[in-house]
Design a protein. Structure first.
Lengths: 253, 269
C-alpha cells in the first residue's frame, strides 16, 4: 500500500454528508428527509427493494437531479455550490451500463480520462494500472460489446477509479452478474475501501452482499427505515436474521 | 482538481476523438450522408437541369448549370442531416445512459456541451470534403481558393445546425419521437430555403413563401457557404448565422436538462 493510500485510510474525514435531502417526481415522492454520513475508508450499504429511491439518491449525488430540499456535501464541499469540486472526488458506477459498446475497453477508458481533464500520458498510466488491477489487460483492444456481463462491470469499476476518486458510488453494480462475478466485484470494492481508504456507498437489494460489520441504511419508499451496523441492527430487533429484518422493515412501512 | 487550460484541451480532444471513432465505426452513417446529396446531384439536378434555368446571380459571374447552383445547398443538406444525426445520437446516449459519463465531467457543463457541438461540426466538415471531392468528378469545380474559404463558413453552418440539434434533443422525450423532427423541422428548413432554387425564383410563385424562406436561417447558412465557395463573403448571411448560432448555443446550454430520461416513465408529466 502506498503512503498516499495509508494517509487516505487513516483519515477520518467525512467523505459524504447528506442532510435532510428530499426529492419528488411529479407524481411520486422518491426521497423524504434522508440523512447520512459516510467517513473516508468506510463501506456503507444502501439496502432497499426496487423503487426504494436508491437510484434517485445516486442521481442526486452525481448532480443529475437537484434535491427538492436539504444539503449534500462531498468532502466538505456543498454539491449545489461547488459541483465541479464535488464531481472531481466521485467515481460512479450506475445501475445501467454507461459504456459505449462499439468502442474498445481502452477507448472507453481513455474517453473518461479526457473528460476528467487528464493528459494522455497520465491517462495511459492510469488505464494500464486499472486494467492490471482488474485483470483486464487482455481485453484492452476488444470492443465492449464482445465482453460478458462480469467483464463489463469490471471495466465500469476500472473506469470509475481512473482519476483516483476518494468516494465511490455504486448503484446495484452486481445486477445481472453470476455469483462468482458478484463475489469478485464485492471483494475488489472492499479492498479499495480497506487498502486505499476510499469511501464506498453500495446500493443493493441483495442481502448476501452484506457482511456483519458493514454499515447499513435500509431505504423503503424513499424513507430511511433503519441505520447502523448490520450485526447490531439484527441483534437489536426480534427478527433473528437480516432476511427477516429486511422483510419486516420493507413490509411494515 | 485539474482545471488548467490544458485539461480543457484534453477534454475537447477526448470528445472529438470519441465522435471520430463513432463516425469511423458507423460506416453506413458516412455512406448515407454522402449518398443522399449525391443522389440529389446525380439524379435530381440532372433531371431538373433542363427545366430550371438559373440566371446570373451573385456570387456566380456567368450562367451556371443547375448542378453548380445546387452544390452549396447539398453541402447544407449534409450539415443539416448531420446536425439532426447529432441530435439523434444525443437522445440515444441519454436513453442508453452514456450521456451520464459526459455529464460527470468536473469541467463546466457548458464547455463540455459546446465541445460536443464543435466535435460534431468538425465531423460534418469531413463529409463536406468528401462530397466536394466527388462533385469535382461531376465537373463542379469552384476556384481552388474556394476550397479554403469554404472551411470556416461550413464550420459555422455545421456548428449552428449541431446546436439546433442539441436544442431539439432537449425537447424530444424519447427516441421514438424523432420522426416528427424530420417532418416538422428538417424538411421545412430544407425546402423553404435557397438550397434547391434561388429565392427570386420562389418569389415568382409565391410572395409569402419567399418571405418565409428569406427568414429561414438555413437559407443564410447555404448562402454563406455558396459565397465562401467562390471566395466571397456574404455579410448578411454571416451576421444571421452568427446571431442564430449564439442564440441556439445559449438555448442549448441553458435548456439542457441532465435529469431528462431519469424520471420513472409512469411519473413523467
Amino acid at each position: 500500500m502506498s503512503s498516499q493510500s495509508m494517509n487516505r485510510a487513516n483519515s477520518n474525514e467525512i467523505a459524504l454528508a447528506i442532510e435532510g435531502v428530499g426529492f419528488a417526481y411529479p407524481q411520486k415522492v422518491a426521497l423524504a428527509e434522508l440523512s447520512l454520513e459516510l467517513p473516508s475508508g468506510q463501506f456503507l450499504a444502501l439496502l432497499g427493494p426496487n423503487g426504494a429511491g436508491k437510484s434517485t439518491l445516486m442521481a442526486l449525488l452525481t448532480g443529475l437531479l437537484k434535491p427538492g430540499g436539504g444539503r449534500i456535501t462531498v468532502f466538505g464541499r456543498d454539491l449545489a455550490r461547488h459541483p465541479r469540486h464535488a464531481l472531481a472526488e466521485l467515481g460512479v458506477v450506475f445501475q445501467q451500463s454507461t459504456l459505449d459498446l462499439d468502442l474498445s475497453v481502452a477507448q472507453n477508458l481513455s474517453y473518461h480520462c479526457a473528460l476528467r481533464g487528464l493528459s494522455p500520458k497520465a491517462g495511459r498510466r492510469a488505464i494500464d494500472q486499472q486494467l492490471e488491477r482488474f485483470a483486464l489487460s487482455e481485453c484492452r483492444t476488444q470492443p465492449v460489446r464482445r465482453l460478458n456481463g462480469g467483464h463489463r462491470r469490471r471495466v465500469e469499476l476500472a473506469r470509475a477509479l481512473l482519476h483516483g476518486p476518494r468516494l465511490l458510488l455504486l448503484d446495484e453494480p452486481s445486477v445481472g452478474l453470476d455469483i462468482p462475478s458478484r463475489r469478485e466485484l464485492n471483494r475488489h470494492v472492499r479492498e479499495l475501501c480497506r487498502d486505499e481508504g476510499v469511501a464506498v456507498l453500495w446500493a443493493t437489494h441483495l442481502l448476501d452482499e452484506l457482511q456483519a460489520d458493514d454499515q447499513l441504511l435500509v431505504l423503503h419508499r424513499g424513507r430511511c427505515q433503519a441505520q447502523g451496523k448490520v450485526a447490531e441492527l439484527v441483534q437489536g430487533s426480534a427478527a433473528g436474521s437480516l432476511n427477516s429484518l429486511f422483510d419486516q422493515l420493507t413490509e411494515a412501512a | 482538481m485539474n482545471t488548467s487550460l490544458a485539461s480543457y484541451g484534453y477534454c475537447f480532444a477526448g470528445i472529438l476523438q470519441r465522435e471520430l471513432l463513432r463516425f469511423v465505426l458507423q460506416k453506413s452513417r458516412f455512406l448515407s450522408a454522402l449518398v443522399r446529396p449525391l443522389l440529389w446531384l446525380a439524379v435530381f439536378a440532372a433531371g431538373f437541369r433542363a427545366v430550371l434555368g438559373v440566371a446570373i446571380i451573385p456570387p456566380y459571374e456567368t450562367y451556371i448549370t443547375y448542378e453548380v447552383y445546387i452544390t452549396p445547398g447539398l453541402i447544407g443538406i449534409i450539415l443539416l442531416f448531420n446536425g439532426m444525426q447529432g441530435s439523434l445520437s444525443m437522445v440515444y446516449d441519454r436513453e442508453m445512459g452514456s450521456m451520464k459519463v459526459l455529464l460527470l465531467s468536473p469541467l463546466p457543463r457548458a464547455f463540455v456541451l459546446i465541445s460536443k457541438l464543435l466535435a460534431l461540426a468538425l465531423i460534418s466538415l469531413l463529409q463536406v470534403a468528401a462530397f466536394l471531392a466527388i462533385a469535382w468528378c461531376f465537373e463542379i469545380r469552384p476556384p481552388l481558393s474556394g476550397y479554403l474559404t469554404v472551411i470556416p463558413a461550413a464550420l459555422l453552418a455545421a456548428y449552428m445546425l449541431a446546436a439546433l440539434g442539441l436544442v431539439l434533443s432537449s425537447l424530444i422525450r424519447q427516441l421514438e419521437n424523432f420522426a416528427g423532427v424530420m417532418n416538422f423541422v428538417v424538411f421545412p428548413l430544407f425546402f423553404l430555403s435557397s438550397a434547391l432554387y434561388p429565392l427570386w425564383k420562389l418569389r415568382e410563385s409565391s410572395e409569402w413563401l419567399y418571405h418565409v424562406s428569406h427568414f429561414n436561417p438555413f437559407t443564410h447558412a447555404v448562402e454563406l457557404v455558396r459565397f465562401a465557395l467562390y471566395g466571397q463573403l456574404n455579410g448578411q448571411a454571416l451576421t444571421v448565422c452568427l446571431a442564430v448560432t449564439t442564440v441556439l448555443t445559449l438555448a442549448a446550454v441553458k435548456g439542457f436538462n441532465p435529469s431528462r430520461g431519469l424520471a420513472p416513465r409512469a411519473a413523467r408529466p
